[in-house]
Design a protein around this ligand. Structure first.
Ligand SMILES: Cc1ncc(COP(=O)(O)O)c(C=O)c1O
Length: 406
């Protein structure tokens, strides 16, 4: 086994404790390294207190750790200032929070939002629900022959009414990397802000929000080795004056009267209520884990090697499979396929009998499934703790599965 993979692998108790199982569902959620498990335990054993409101030492310790995590996340994505990092419960919450704010302060009836047909439902529904109510129109860019968002088509959708482009960096179903930098450059020429859904890129591609020059970016901790229940809404400072959500509460204020309120600055006015403190601290420790192991690019290189091998092995079965990517498609370590004429659930269920966890279904991308004219796919998503040997075992099990189904 590759020495670097072995070094990463042994830091994941779940992986070590299940040597007979193969976990290929990393796009849904990653396993957690020991450092993150210890971080959560350490928080409850040695710190546990509520933040921002206490003068006692435990509250001060908890607040310091929480705010230090904000700085760590800011550095991780190269935000200019930690106040641009708003903690949420995950990507879905981040998109909803942003939509809540922008429909409160920014959009007007008749405005347009451009999305793509490959978006996760979490980057469609928050816009669709509110757009229908407020008379805002959604437009969808289609895909090119490489399964990427077709940038020329996207550009053709933009008019003087376009007020936001919201686009996924990496498709959670197909693994393809979209040309978000080009989309952002084009959008800015037309004074349109861009939201990048980085849920599937954050664990694979180095994220530099200043280099991308994105206005907003969202991601979840649990897809990058951190605990569930924490996510990030990155919002460039120049948009903070628009970020007044309709929903609010304790902790988000400076002064409250019975009939009016003076709100705190961003990020606090967007983090009402007690947050998931241990998960926020756990997210910072997941970042320390990534950095200690060579940084995101090192993870990408290990995964790229695995993905290329997986693609090659799947391609050997091309007569029996429909594979929804091409060798030329820029992509992360996610491959979707179907066994010809078979339902993905049947394939996934049989693979589970061999101890292999893959995801099957529409992957919360039903518009994409409708575009591809399929019900769903079998999705294999790899992390840097997966191995070539696991891919070989998976291919053997897939051979047996195909035999059984035909
Ligand atoms: C591209 C993309 N966006 C949004 C989400 C939603 O993430 P969460 O369920 O963590 O809120 C996912 C989850 O799979 C995703 O892959």
């Amino acid at each position: 086994m590759n020495e670097n993979i072995q070094k990463i692998r042994e830091q994941f108790p779940f992986i070590v404790q299940h040597p007979q199982s193969i976990y290929f569902d990393n796009a849904a959620t990653t396993q957690k390294p020991i450092e993150v498990l210890q971080s959560i335990q350490n928080y409850y054993k040695n710190i546990n207190a509520n933040i921002h409101r206490g003068v006692h030492k435990w509250s001060i310790l908890a607040t310091e750790a929480y705010e230090a995590a904000r700085k760590t996340v800011a550095q991780f994505i190269n935000a200019q200032d930690p106040t641009e990092i708003i903690f949420t419960s995950g990507t879905t919450h981040s998109v909803n929070l942003l939509a809540d704010c922008l429909f409160n302060t920014y959009f007007q009836s008749g405005d347009e939002i451009v999305l793509s047909i490959a978006e996760h439902h979490s980057n469609i529904l928050p816009w669709q629900n509110r757009a229908n109510k407020f008379g805002v129109h959604l437009k969808y860019a289609t895909l090119n022959h490489l399964y990427q968002v077709d940038v020329n088509h996207l550009k053709s959708l933009v008019t003087e009414k376009t007020k936001l482009i919201a686009i996924t960096y990496v498709s959670n179903t197909l693994g393809t990397i979209n040309e978000v930098k080009e989309i952002i450059q084009f959008a800015h020429q037309h004074n349109i802000p861009v939201l990048v859904d980085a849920a599937q890129s954050i664990a694979h591609l180095k994220t530099d929000v200043q280099q991308l020059n994105t206005d907003f970016l969202v991601f979840s901790g649990h897809k990058m080795y951190a605990p569930t229940g924490v996510g990030v809404l990155y919002a460039q400072k120049k948009y903070h004056s628009y970020l007044y959500p309709l929903s609010s509460g304790g902790g988000a204020i400076i002064d409250v009267d019975l009939h009016k309120t003076e709100f705190a600055d961003v990020p606090l006015r967007l983090e009402a209520g007690t947050p998931n403190i241990e998960a926020v601290i756990g997210l910072a420790d997941a970042i320390h884990f990534i950095n200690k192991n060579g940084g995101i690019h090192q993870f990408y290189l290990l995964e790229e090697h695995l993905k290329n091998y997986l693609y090659q092995r799947l391609f050997e079965l091309q007569d029996q499979l429909d594979i929804y990517t091409t060798l030329q498609s820029p992509s992360v370590s996610v491959i979707s396929f179907n066994v010809k004429n078979q339902h993905p659930f049947d394939v996934g269920t049989l693979l589970n009998n061999y101890g292999i966890a893959v995801r099957t279904g529409h992957h919360c991308t039903q518009p994409l499934m409708k575009h591809l004219k399929i019900q769903g796919t079998v999705r294999v998503s790899l992390a840097a703790y997966n191995t070539i040997e696991e891919i070989d075992r998976f291919i053997q099990a897939l051979h047996k599965t195909i035999k059984m189904l035909l």
